[in-house]
Design a protein around this ligand. Sequence first.
Ligand SMILES: [Zn+2]
Ligand SMILES: [Zn+2]
Length: 382
Amino acid sequence: MENDYYKILGVSRDASQEEIQKAYRKLSRQYHPDIAGKQFEDKFKEINEAYSVLSDPAKRQQYDMGASSFSGGGAGSGFSSMDFSNLGDIFGQFFGEGSPFGAPPSSPIPRESRGGDDLVSLTISLKDAVFGAEKQIEVTTFAKCKACDGTGSKSKSAPIVCPSCHGTGLKRQVQRSILGQILTTVPCPQCQGHGTIIPDPCSECQGTGRVRVRRTIEVKIPAGIEDGTRIKIVGQGEAGPLGGPAGDLYVEVHIAPNKEFTRKGQDLHCWLSIPMTWAALGTKTSISTFDGEKELEIPAGTQYGQTVVMPGLGLPKSEKERGDIVVHIQIEIPTGLSGEQKEVLEKFASLHDAGAGANMQAAQEMKPKKNIFARMKDAFKG
Ligand SMILES: [Zn+2]
Ligand SMILES: [Zn+2]
């Protein structure tokens, strides 16, 4: 398994034990197969595995140093072979010593809780990054069940006190062991520790008060956005169980590569290939930018790799200021000259090259000529 335990719990790599506990508590309730459905069994196991490693400073350090998996034998998470049919045991582990829930609980687990946060990724064009945009994205998430109005009950009535535990959410249990009989308190199996039951669960949501839906959400992309930025949309995450408040939606924005321009900070760089005569004599030409066709003046005597700056056509630096377009010049040497062209060039050579000679320099590297991309990298460094 190459799962990232930090990602699974949604915490940063330098998260404190408290943050890890908090994240785990939330996720384990949210994805408990009894609440979220059997299809989340694997997810639930994954969360437990991540927690069993990250909550143990020694295991966490080992994991940070590159140990990849703690499942199965060895370091033993204790969760990987768990059987969900025996709920008492699971909750026993939850409420046992050293568990994040503390031991034992003094009040029932609330049925209503906040929904989880959603994360989706969105790829935009470089042009959208320059000017900003409004985009629609499709998200699969939990929404409040319409059939029962989020109550989880067919008749939309409030949960009733559990007849088995009388609302405490707890059951006393006698266990035999080699030390004799032990009296333990476990969460009530009838209400899974909630202290209440829904006598007529809604068939649409199986009594959870929420259902899986696909919905379209509008996202505002600010101009000048950096690749990888996460935009938070409050209240657009998963609806909480039994009418609990919704989580938030995070949209991670990626910028697709562009054929003409490479972004460097708030500037845009490109290469422009021009005939050698333009470079020698200078000319006015135009290139197409995100702001439309723009005039570009190439001064006489322009050398290979020289740059021409077009100010204010890059990405926004502030509300009023924009970065530049930097044009890197490549010069084409003509091939396949006609007789007349050759004659003219020879005439030019006789006028220009008198007294000139080739300048020799020691080769810095015994490598073939750098290709255009390598040169571009160099240009960016300088
Ligand atoms: Zn329902
Ligand atoms: Zn009960």
